[in-house]
Design a protein around this ligand. Sequence first.
Ligand SMILES: *Cc1c(COP(=O)(O)O)cnc(C)c1O
Length: 398
Amino acid sequence: MSELFHEQLQALRAQSLHRKLREIGTAQGPEVEIVGQQLVNFSSNDYLGLANDPLLREAATAAVAEFGVGAGASRLISGTQSPHVRLEMALAQWKGAAAALCFSSGYAAAVGTLPALAGKQDVILLDKLCHASLIDGAKLSGATLRVFPHNHLGKLESHLEWARRERPEARVVIVTESVFSMDGDRAPLRELVGLKRRFKALLLLDEAHAVGVIGTHGRGLAAEENLTQHIEVQMGTLSKALGVSGGYICGSRTLIEWLVNRARSFIFSTAPPPALAAAATAALEFLGSPAGEERRLKLWRRIETLRKALQLPPPLPGSTTPGGSAIHPLMVGDEQEAIDLSRALQTEGFLVPAIRYPTVAKGAARLRITVTAANAEPQILALAEAVNRLRAAPAVAA
Ligand SMILES: *Cc1c(COP(=O)(O)O)cnc(C)c1O
C-alpha cells in the first residue's frame, strides 16, 4: 500500500511541482508563525484583516452561545437557522440584488451553480484564467465548453457567434472573474456586458477577489462600474476580504429559488455553522460603516506603497492591468526558481508563496504577493527591499 502513488509523487518532486502543507501556529494576521519562525505574511486573501478582528470574533462567539456549533442538517432539512437568513438578506442588500444564497464555500457555490444554470444542450464560455472551481462547475454541467484567451473580447465574440449559429436553442453562459486570482488584473466588464446583451447570453461574474476591495463599501467591480443590474449571476466568497468562510450567489428571486431546488452542493451538504454566518454578517455591517470604508481606503494606501517600492507601474484609471487589486504577481517562469526565491524570502522573514502548475500554466510560475490593510508600511518597504535585492542578484545554486 505504501508504494501506491510513490512514483507519481517522485515525478512531481523531479518537476518541482510537489507541494506540502505548512502548519501555522497562530491566527491569520500580518504576522504568522510557521514551525517556530515568525514571518510577515504576504500570502493571505484576508485583505481587510478581518479574519481575527474582535468584531467578527464577538459575533461568532455570541452565535455559538445562542446556536451552538453544528447546523445539524442541510438547509432544506432543518439547517436554515436565523443567522443564515439574516446573512442572505444582508448580502442581497449589499450587492443590490433581489435575493442571495449561501454555500459552504466559494468552490461549492461554483460547482453547485453552473450545473444548475446549464446542461448538456447548453454552452458555457470561460475565460482561460478562470478559477478551478468555475472550470470544475462548468465540466460538471455537461454543457459544451469553449475557453476564450484571457480577457480576449474578439475570441469571445466569435464563440458567441458560433453558439448562436450552431446552437440556436442553447442557453449560453459567459463565466469570468472581476479580479483574476493569480494575476491580479480585472475583466473588461463593460464590454463583456455589451457582448452578452447583444448575444442574449447570461453572465456569471465571480467577484471573489473584488468584494471588500473594489467599489464603495467594497461592493465589487460590478457595483463600481454601475453594471449590477446587467449581471444575472453574481458570485463571491465570504472567505477572503470578508474574513470568514463560505460562498454566495446573488441574483433574482427566481434564480435563487432555482438554485435552492437544483444546486446539488447546496442541497446535499450540511448547512455551514450558524456562527460563521453571524460573523460574515458582522463583516458586511463593518464594510458598510465609515470605519469599514476607512479600512478599505487604508488597504489601497498599502497597495500603492507596495507598487511604488517594487517600481511597478500604477494602473491606468478604468484599465484592466494589474495594480487595480490587492494581488501582485512577480513573474518568474521556472518552477524551481520561483521556489528558491520564495525560500530566500522566507529566510529573511517573509511569507510569499511560489505559485506553480496546476494553479497557473507550466512555465508561468510566479511569486504572488498579496497585501492587506493589516500590513504596516515598514513591513511592506522591507519586503520590497528584499525582493528587489534578491531579484537583482544572480540566483544562488541550491
Ligand atoms: C478562492 C476562490 C474561489 C473559492 O472560494 P472559497 O470560498 O475559498 O472556496 C472561487 N473563485 C475564485 C476566483 C477564487 O479566488
